[in-house]
Design a protein around this ligand. Structure first.
Ligand code: NAD
Length: 267
């Protein structure tokens, strides 16, 4: 039995996670946290998730909930990351982090935490995207500098960060395989008289519209042919299932910073 607390429990992903943990016979939901002073505080987490009352009230005080858990699953906003990491560190509790758009200071807090407990951090917890990342590495290595690499992603209109964390992770996978530095070779959107494309760049295009759960395409375009690797998520339940799988896995791991490839055993 893995004791799990969820941060961001009132959000789109948080509700899915409450559902997924509650359904899992090998997991126990020991706490649910949301934004301090937020609308969801005091509500029963199960009612928010649409599964009826489960006796776990949403609180805005992570420090009371973290000690009850073996693993915290955090899908909230970057402003929660540092305090959640600090609470996990002082209690020796593992973390599964889904929040994207972290700044350097928050990423540093995660790195520090991973020196004392197991941390899984993935921009995308779906099995399909984890496999897509591995396929992108393989394709980039095989195609080398003979193709232009472009990453196109689409998400719902409420998403706040762009490009998506998954698109950036796919870009890093391609850049690493091509021996490039993503920080210097990435081009984010194009407008006006930009001139011909430099083959050594990696382009990102972002779409924000409607209720799209998450689409990612990595395009390798050469002369006379192109390869498109696409993943489409049709339900957030795939991310929730992956995060709960990661929580069970990390509960038994030594300290370290892991990703979903490690969880699936293809790291
Ligand atoms: P959302 O806006 O629906 O939910 C976020 C929730 O976090 C809200 O309920 C909000 O009140 C709460 N929150 C905000 N600040 C908080 C704080 N300081 N402490 C505790 N709770 C706080 O967003 P969402 O669509 O559920 O996505 C949440 C995050 O997860 C985003 O960063 C998103 O990019 C990421 N995400 C990751 C994956 C993945 O597989 N890694 C998949 C989907 C979404």
């Amino acid at each position: 039995m893995t004791r799990i607390a969820i941060v961001g429990a009132g959000g789109r992903m948080g509700r899915m996670l409450v559902h997924a943990v509650h359904q899992d016979e090998d997991a126990e939901l020991v706490g649910a946290v949301d934004r301090p002073g937020g609308h969801w505080v005091g509500h029963d987490a199960g009612e928010l998730a649409g599964i009826g009352p489960i006796g776990v009230a949403v609180t805005d005080y992570a420090e009371t909930v973290v000690p009850l858990a073996q693993v915290v699953i955090d899908f909230s906003l970057p402003d929660a990351t540092s305090s959640v990491a600090a609470a996990c560190q002082s209690e020796g509790v593992a973390l599964v982090l889904g929040t994207t758009g972290l700044a350097g200071v928050e990423q540093d807090a995660i790195r520090r935490l991973s020196a004392s407990v197991g941390v899984v951090q993935a921009a995308n917890y779906s099995t399909g995207v984890t496999l897509l990342t591995a396929l992108v590495e393989k394709a980039a290595r095989a195609l080398g500098d003979s193709v232009d690499v472009e990453i196109i992603e689409a998400h719902h209109r409420h998403k706040v960060d762009a490009p998506s964390g998954t698109a950036l992770r796919l870009g890093e996978a391609a850049a690493q395989a091509l021996d490039r530095d993503l920080d210097t070779c990435a081009i984010y959107g194009r407008q006006g008289a930009e001139g011909p494309r430099d083959r050594k760049t990696i382009g990102f295009e972002t779409i924000r519209a409607g209720d799209i759960v998450g689409d990612h395409t990595v395009l390798f375009a050469g002369d006379g042919e192109r390869l498109e690797l696409t993943h489409r998520a049709s339900s957030r339940s795939t991310f929730a299932a992956g995060a709960v799988r990661a929580a069970h896995w990390v509960a038994g791991q030594p300290p370290g910073l892991y990703d979903m490839k490690d969880v699936l055993g293809i790291g």
